[in-house]
Ligand binder design. Sequence first.
Ligand code: GGG
Length: 349
Amino acid sequence: MADHHSIAVIAGDGIGQEVVPAAIECLTAVAGLHSITFDFVDLPWGSDYYQKHGRMMPVDGLEQLAAHDAIFLGAVGIPSIPDTETLWGLLIPIRRYFEQYVNLRPVKTLPSVVTPLASDRFIDFLIVRENCEGEYSEVGGRVYRGLPQESAFQQSVFTRFGVARVTNFAANLAASRSRRLTSATKSNGIVHTMPFWDEVVADTVAGFDLEVESVLIDALAARMVLSPWSFDVIVASNLFGDILSDLGSALTGSIGVAPSANLNPERTHPSMFEPVHGSAPDIAGMGIANPIGQIWSGAMMLDHLGYPEAASQLVAAFEAALAAGIRTRDLGGTASTSEFTTAVLDRVT
Ligand code: GGG
């Protein structure tokens, strides 16, 4: 792969405007150590764009994105626009159009970060969230609006193709690590889609030499609090994976640190890298947002583009800043976004 990459940057809304430039500074610094060059192409899409144009991105937005090697996204959403518009106008179409069917979300203990858990045992697992179907569906509707019998229907969509491909990714990942895979289910209560999920997972993992467990999502959430170190790779549907990754990030300190990679494993389309957190309107513009989720997502982008050493250097740099006691407020520290970023840049070596 060429060492020059064109990256589409959508800083988006709220703190996305603060953490994306911080992460780009860090990416540029580490890239310089490896003769990698990035062309970061700013795309001013999101809620401001919506207020001017009535849509989150231009009509040909997806075609524009297709020309880049990867997409680096900050956050989307502001209180004055319904989340249904902001998510379904930008984030979700990108995930689906580019077949980014894996949302890979690492959950890991970070140095000097106090967690809400009594134990300081090391946590290090990966959530593989199905990213293109499942409970996130446009199929459904509302009837009898305003009448006493008003009702809403939402149809989940689980396909054999969709469940098998994400399970296959997760199984390969588990095979490259501890050989343990956990599948999140709810087949006792959700009687059609979840038994189907279990069946397709079982069929898919049959060809792998793995220890596979299927765990009900409620019990899995409780176990994640009680013994998060007992997981290695978790495969979950779109909604379950989303919820579990917020829980995982809270267990390891703050949602501000959680990264994610929306991957198109076949590499026929660009993949997208974004922190798990949203736009955080309550702290937007204050300069106090934690840039770790965005920087770590940048490291995942480096890894995906074929630079694992540069990715590890970037992770090591923010871990070293944390180990030196420099932390943003969400982690109990006093550092601003720019102070923490400077501390990371000082440690990119
Ligand atoms: N970092 C992108 C962002 O703003 N995410 C917020 C969000 O609500 N995401 C929904 C999802 O990941 O499904």
